[in-house]
Every structure is written in structure tokens, then in C-alpha cells.
Design a protein around this ligand. Structure first.
Ligand SMILES: O=C(O)CCC(=O)C(=O)O
Ligand SMILES: [Fe+2]
Length: 358
């Protein structure tokens, strides 16, 4: 069985000289180390989204380094059975009822999460109290930026839904369409996101997760050297004013004051084991620090496109009772559209507090 990127850091801690990024991007024109470029899914840009996924991807021109060997981190334990969600990324945990599982088994679920970047469990029956108990094993649940759609009596459970009850939406609709990492506009973005499927469409609405460690490891060393040390400027205000999907908002002065702009590294180190991940995002990023204007954003597009190729992406096809958790420290994710005139989709979302990216 192939391993995750768990032990990749051992070879990645080698220090490389920092080269000027200007070497790879010249004014007004994109020169790519990744080969052919196409449109990118920016958060809230569904037209581009559709085109990207319909477009064949030319891997041969991308200059991958595929010779890295990772130790097998997928060893099954006595209590839980796991298999890769995708070769080398994520773990599906089978045969476990989270609501009644033993402490020992739940400890292993937490450990598996930290090692694999994402976990999925099918056929769960979780009440809101079960969800709260379970999430508490990973850390402290984070508040949601928007409080309008939290579950009554459960301020840490946010509802994603297209249902309208008594003329009022019960949740945020199409909130996460476009590649992003959650809470990227905060000094301490959430460590993880959990979605629990309450009702799902028969088709569409898959959630896609991109593995930032695999993408980083696949970059040639000279490209890695160019990227290390770069920072991104993130803005919630910008995101809420410009997104196409989900509801646009001009922030109130209070919301603006509560969500000032932040800077985060483009390459993130995982605190659990030091592994590195490509950590770009769309939607909230206004600028690559030191590369103002289109050149920086073109680089960002290029990196998001690189990281979200099929070979780095796990596609989750939802069933009711699925519980999917991803590690925002080393992944990007996106929701996808569905026929909301025909189907309902309702998810419960929980976040766990994270720490300052480095
Ligand atoms: O609905 C989805 O599939 C993704 C939602 C999302 O991005 C989020 O809740 O953070
Ligand atoms: Fe999200």
C-alpha cells in the first residue's frame, strides 16, 4: 500500500538557496514551469470551474519529480481498519460507528487524521451532540464567521443547505465553490473542517480535496526554491465583496474590524511532523507579497491549477451519513454545483481551531 506524505519532510528539510521569483514570471506574461496553462477555478468562478474540469490535463509537460519514496504510514491498527481515499492521500475508516466507538478507537481516528490529510467514514448516524463530542477529540471547536446559519442550540454547527423553510433559507447555499482553504483570512485558520451529510443530491455536489504535500513533493527542486518564503495577502472583505457563488456581502464596520487582512506563507509546514505543503488559495488572496498586480496572481493561478490536477485530487461522492474531514493545513478543497431545482443538499459543518501557519 502506498504511503501518505507523512514522512516526506525528512528529505524536504534540506535548505535550498532562495532565488528571486522574478526569474520565473516576467511582466505581463506568464512563463510557466508547469507547461500548458488553462483557466483556473477561483472561488466563486463557476464558468472557469466547468472548463477546468472538462479540459484534458497534460501531465507530461509538468516536470514532476516522482522518485520520492514515502514510508508506509497506512498501517492498520488493532481497532480500526483504513484504506487510502486516493493512492497516498487520505484514509477511509471502515467498520466503525463513531457514535458508540471506544476511546481507543477514537484516539486512532484522530491519529489517522493527522497523518493522512483527510478521513472519511460512511454510514454514520450522528446527532448534533454526537458531532460535538466527536469534534472535541480534535481540539476546540471554532466559531463560524457568519452566525446566521448555525443550528439552533449548537453555535459551532453551521448548516450548508439550499432548503428554504417558511420563506427563509436554513443554511448557506454554494458556500464553498472554488478552490480554497477555510478561514484563510484569519491569523489562525481552522485546523480542520468536518462535513456530515444530512441529505444529498442523487448527482453532483461532490466535494474535492487537493493534496498539498503531494503537489509540493512533485515540484522540481529549483521550482520549490523559487516558491519557499513567499507570502500571500488574504482578505475576507475582498472575498465577500467579489465572490460569485454564495451570497456577496459588503461587510458591516463591526465585521470588517473583526476580520482584518492577514498574511500567510505560500508553503506551509505541518506542525504534526514538519511535512510541507503547497498552500495557495483563491477567493481571499489579493496579492502575492512582493509581486503586486497580475504577475503575482498569475503565479497563484498557476500553482492552484498545478495542485488541483486529477492526480492530486480526491473526489468525494456523497451519501447520507458520510462524515468527511480534511486537514486545512495541507489541502485545498472545493464544493461543486448540483441541480438545486431538483435536489436538496444539507450538510452540518464543524471547524476546529488551528494555529498560526509557518
Ligand atoms: O459544500 C462543500 O462541498 C464544501 C463546503 C466548504 O467549502 C466548507 O464548508 O468549507
Ligand atoms: Fe470551505
Amino acid at each position: 500500500m502506498s504511503g501518505s506524505c507523512l514522512n516526506a519532510h525528512e528529505e524536504l528539510v534540506v535548505k535550498r538557496p532562495r532565488a528571486p521569483i522574478a526569474a520565473s514570471v516576467s511582466a505581463g506574461r506568464r512563463k510557466s514551469a508547469f507547461g500548458a496553462q488553462g483557466p483556473i477555478i477561483r472561488q466563486g468562478d463557476e464558468k472557469a470551474f466547468v472548463r477546468v474540469w472538462a479540459r484534458p490535463i497534460r501531465l507530461a509537460s509538468l516536470g514532476f519529480v516522482n522518485d520520492r519514496i514515502f514510508e508506509d504510514a497506512m498501517t492498520p491498527t488493532a481497532d480500526i481498519a483504513i484504506k487510502d481515499l486516493k493512492a497516498g492521500f487520505g484514509a477511509e475508516i471502515t467498520g466503525l460507528d463513531l457514535a458508540t466507538a471506544s476511546d481507543a478507537a477514537l484516539d486512532q481516528v484522530v491519529d489517522t487524521f493527522h497523518r493522512h490529510g483527510a478521513i472519511a467514514l460512511r454510514d454514520q448516524k450522528m446527532t448534533p451532540d454526537d458531532l460535538m463530542r466527536f469534534i472535541g477529540r480534535f481540539g476546540e471547536a471554532e466559531d463560524h464567521t457568519q452566525t446566521r446559519f448555525t443550528l439552533e442550540g449548537y453555535p459551532k454547527i453551521f448548516i450548508l443547505s439550499n432548503r428554504v423553510v417558511d420563506g427563509k433559507p436554513i443554511g448557506a447555499h454554494n458556500d464553498g465553490v472554488g478552490w480554497h482553504t477555510d478561514y484563510s483570512y484569519k491569523p489562525e485558520p481552522v485546523m480542520l473542517t468536518m462535513l456530515y451529510a444530512v441529505e444529498v443530491p442523487e448527482e453532483g455536489s461532490d466535494t474535492l480535496l487537493a493534496d498539498g504535500c503531494a503537489a509540493w513533493n512533485a515540484l522540481p527542486a529549483d521550482r520549490q526554491a523559487l516558491l519557499e518564503g513567499l507570502k500571500l495577502h488574504h482578505s475576507y472583505k475582498h472575498f465577500m465583496a467579489t465572490r460569485t457563488f454564495g451570497e456577496q456581502q459588503t461587510l458591516s464596520p463591526e465585521m470588517e474590524a473583526a476580520n482584518p487582512d492577514v498574511e500567510h506563507p505560500l508553503i506551509r509546514t505541518h506542525p504534526a511532523d514538519g511535512r510541507k505543503a503547497l498552500w495557495p488559495s483563491t477567493g481571499t488572496v489579493t496579492e502575492v507579497i512582493g509581486m503586486p498586480g497580475p504577475a503575482g496572481l498569475a503565479l497563484l493561478d498557476e500553482l492552484v491549477e498545478f495542485m488541483t490536477q486529477d492526480q492530486f485530487v480526491y473526489r468525494h461522492k456523497w451519501r447520507v451519513g458520510d462524515l468527511l474531514m480534511w486537514d486545512n493545513r495541507c489541502t485545498l478543497h472545493t464544493g461543486t454545483l448540483y441541480d438545486d431545482t431538483k435536489y436538496f443538499r444539507t450538510m452540518h459543518r464543524l471547524w476546529v481551531k488551528g494555529d498560526k501557519p509557518y
